[in-house]
Design a protein around this ligand. Structure first.
Ligand code: MG
Ligand code: ZN
Length: 226
C-alpha cells in the first residue's frame, strides 16, 4: 500500500487545516461525521440507510473518499442527496486539505450533517483529524470478533462502533460478548450499535443508531444558535 511515513510536521500541518475546517463547520452549525471501516464493511449501505431514516428531519450531504472511482458518490446522488467525491489517487486515507476543498463546493448554510466516508482502511485514517465532530467506525460481522485486538487504534478513537451484518452472526461464529468486552476495554465510552444496513433483514437497529446521531447533530445546532 503506498504510504508516506507519517511524521510530526505532516500531522501538525494537517491538524491546522482540520481546525480551520472545524471552525467553518461550526460557523454554519454543521455536524461532520467521519466514518471509518474496512472495504466491504458496509459504509455506503449504512450511509444510505442513515439518509433514509434522517432525511425528513435533517439536510444531509456526503463526502466520499475513495482511492479511485466515483461509484459510491453516484449511489448517494441517486437518492437525491448532495455528494462530493474525493479520489486520493492511491493514498489510503483522507486528509484535512482534501476535506477543505470538498467543503468549498457544498452549500454549508443549507446543511445540518455531513457524512464523510473515509477510505476503506482501519489503520491510518485513525491518525488524521479532518475537523470532524466525531469518528465512528463500522465493523461487519464477517470480519470477525477479534478485530479490536488486531486494530486497537481505530476502536480507541471511535465514539461509537456500528456492528453491521448482525444477521450473519451464527454463520461466522461471531462472539458478540467477547467483542463487546474487548471494545469496552479499549474504549469504555464507546457505544456499540448492532445493525443490518442492507439485504433481506435491512433496517434492523438503524433507528437506534440514527437517534444517537441525530441527537449529536441537534446538540451542535443548539450550540450554534446560542
Ligand atoms: Mg463505499
Ligand atoms: Zn493512509
Amino acid at each position: 500500500m503506498p504510504h508516506v511515513e507519517i511524521n510530526k510536521p505532516i500531522l501538525e500541518h494537517n491538524d491546522r487545516l482540520a481546525a480551520a475546517n472545524r471552525a467553518t463547520l461550526s460557523e454554519h452549525g454543521v455536524f461532520m461525521l467521519d466514518l471509518l471501516a474496512s472495504p466491504g464493511a458496509g459504509k455506503t449501505s449504512l450511509i444510505l440507510a442513515t439518509i433514509e431514516q434522517l432525511r425528513q428531519h435533517l439536510n444531509i450531504a456526503v463526502i466520499e473518499g475513495d482511492i479511485a472511482s466515483d461509484v459510491d458518490a453516484q449511489r448517494v446522488k441517486a437518492c437525491g442527496v448532495p455528494a462530493v467525491q474525493i479520489n486520493t489517487g492511491g493514498a489510503c486515507h483522507l486528509e484535512a486539505a482534501m476535506i477543505q476543498r470538498a467543503l468549498a463546493v457544498l452549500e454549508l448554510e443549507k446543511l445540518d450533517l455531513i457524512i464523510v466516508e473515509n477510505v476503506g482502511n482501519l489503520v491510518c485514517p485513525t491518525d488524521f483529524y479532518l475537523g470532524e465532530d466525531a469518528k465512528v467506525m463500522i465493523l461487519s460481522v464477517p470480519e470477525g470478533h477479534d478485530k479490536p485486538l488486531k486494530y486497537p487504534g481505530v476502536f480507541q478513537v471511535a465514539e461509537a462502533v456500528v456492528l453491521n451484518k448482525v444477521d450473519t452472526m451464527a454463520v461466522f461464529n461471531f462472539d458478540e460478548r467477547q467483542f463487546r468486552l474487548d471494545v469496552s476495554r479499549l474504549n469504555p465510552q464507546a457505544t456499540v450499535f448492532p445493525v443490518v444496513a442492507a439485504g433481506a433483514a435491512a433496517g434492523r437497529g438503524i433507528k437506534t443508531w440514527t437517534q444517537w446521531l441525530a441527537a449529536r447533530v441537534q446538540a451542535k445546532r443548539d450550540g450554534a444558535q446560542q
